[in-house]
Design a protein around this ligand. Sequence first.
Ligand code: HEC
Length: 96
Amino acid sequence: MKRQIILGALLMVACATAQKPEKTGKEIFENRCAKCHGKDGTKGLWGAINLKGSQITDSERLLTISNGRRLMPSWRKRLTENEIRRVAEYVKKLKS
Ligand code: HEC
């Protein structure tokens, strides 16, 4: 009985991961962010800040992406915490 429950739980986890493959920071950025920020972070639609020149700290970056700011949408409900972390890392790399 216990064994069946464990197997069932494992199966659910396996299905959940199969349906939702983890996206890389680059993929997330190009799908969700590039329309305003541009592929290289410099497009600046609706006053989107040039991400190459961004001066904010790592935690401010995570907060801005999670909560949004003025015309920048909030991503907390649409991306997982891990996805936000990965896309933030990618944004940071755009500066170099
Ligand atoms: C609808 C357009 C739009 C989309 C889509 C968008 N942004 Fe923004 N973003 C903005 C705007 C506008 C600002 C400037 C906010 C302000 O004026 O305070 C901004 C600011 C930022 C900042 C702050 C930069 C700084 O130096 O202060 C970061 C980081 C950022 N965006 C990352 C992202 C990421 C990552 C995504 C995708 C998950 C994304 N943005 C999607 C419009 C957008």
